[in-house]
Design a protein around this ligand. Structure first.
Ligand SMILES: [Zn+2]
Length: 377
């Protein structure tokens, strides 16, 4: 048999183009998460590119450039919000339509993950959701509305007063203990956030010692939208003053941030480079793109919080207002920040931090930052 040069080129090119051009559906399943959320998993051969469309009682996942497979039947777990799942090919796109028992609230970014292939699995698009009213739906119903925001769900904030019990945290020159100051701020913050319409949980409401991963686990258990860890700082230089706000990163953003992480993590003598102490679910989530989304949301919150502190005239520690450090207490799937309210090692600031008026000022600034935070982003 003779093969012409042209023939070889075409034979070599076509299958490769066809392969690279289109994604394909592998499997679909639902499950119930430990926190009661419905989980929808869509497995595809390549990394999926998707958009979500919320209907009255449907959730449509549009997978671009994907072909369906009628032999793929969804495996549906009982007790989820999903009644049935169908696939419809619309041109190059595959629409996966989940028929729902109830309307589903818009799914926040940090509840959507794309997991990399592992073991027997290909790429998986993972969506966790709950029943609720979406902002979009409220907009559609209310043509001349300004009140759409009030239709959204109650957001949950977990407020963590640092240290406690056998761990006093840092101690001021006048003997003020960090654990006492931050508990007082945390309680005030809880009350103020509750008055502002948020659902609030404290990790501790008395002088109790909690491990760092027990604190972050409370954020997970409460399905928090935001986790705020309240602290006060100390510095070998007694002149050092001011607040700073920290978000989680694998590496400290500067020497100051590393020292702080060492001090705050020391409570547990925790090895922050190890993921072993975290539950498998959280490890999976942290190893995925979700980690990126959580980091972005945390950064956005922290910047807003720093702005609120600046506007309130609260003194900022020299250098960047927002720093990054491997803080064990922030390791979770909940966006959040660690707020160092000021320095107990500075006598003037120690006095301020003890005063109820200054604590109220800190709380008012934090409440503003939470109100301004875009929970749905
Ligand atoms: Zn602390």
């Amino acid at each position: 048999m003779q093969i012409t040069g042209v023939g070889i080129v075409i034979a070599g090119l076509l299958p490769r183009m066809a392969f690279a051009a289109r994604n394909s559906l592998k499997s679909m399943r639902t499950g119930v998460q430990p926190n009661g959320k419905t989980r929808l998993v869509i497995e595809t051969a390549n990394r999926p590119s998707y958009t979500l469309v919320y209907g009255e009682n449907t959730l449509t996942v549009k997978l671009s450039n994907t072909h369906g497979d009628k032999s793929v039947n969804a495996k549906l777990a009982s007790g989820t919000l999903v009644k049935s799942i169908s696939q419809t090919q619309v041109g190059d796109s595959l629409n996966i339509v989940a028929d729902l028992k109830k309307h589903v609230a818009d799914i926040p970014k940090n509840q959507i993950m794309i997991l990399e292939p592992n073991g027997d699995n290909d790429y998986r698009l993972v969506l966790d959701f709950v029943a609720g009213t979406s902002g979009t739906k409220a907009t559609a119903k209310n043509e001349n509305d300004n009140a759409t925001k009030s239709a959204t769900k109650k957001h949950i904030i977990v407020v963590d007063a640092g240290h406690g019990g056998k761990d006093p945290g840092c101690i001021g020159r006048g003997g003020t203990k960090e654990k006492t100051i931050v508990l007082s701020v945390a309680r005030k913050l809880r009350n103020a956030l509750q008055s502002a319409g948020f659902g609030v949980y404290l990790t501790r409401n008395d002088d109790t010692y909690l491990k760092l991963n027990e604190r972050s686990a409370i954020g997970e258990k409460r399905r928090a939208d935001l986790f705020l860890s309240i602290h006060a700082n100390a510095n070998p230089s007694r002149a050092m003053k001011g607040f700073s706000i920290y978000t989680l990163s694998e590496k400290a953003s500067d020497e100051e941030a590393q020292k702080l992480a060492d001090a705050e993590n020391a409570a547990d003598k925790i090895d922050v480079s190890g993921f072993e102490s975290f539950s498998k679910d959280i490890r999976i989530a942290l190893s995925s793109l979700q980690q990126h989304a959580v980091a972005e949301m945390s950064e956005e919150y922290a910047n807003g919080c720093a702005r609120a502190f600046n506007r309130a005239g609260i003194e900022q520690q020299p250098g960047p207002a927002v720093r990054h450090a491997p803080l064990a207490v922030l390791r979770s799937t909940v966006p959040g920040a660690l707020i160092e309210c000021g320095h107990l090692s500075n006598s003037a600031e120690e006095k301020l931090l003890k005063s109820s008026a200054h604590q109220d000022k800190l709380v008012a600034a934090i409440v503003k930052s939470v109100k301004n935070y875009d929970f749905e982003a």
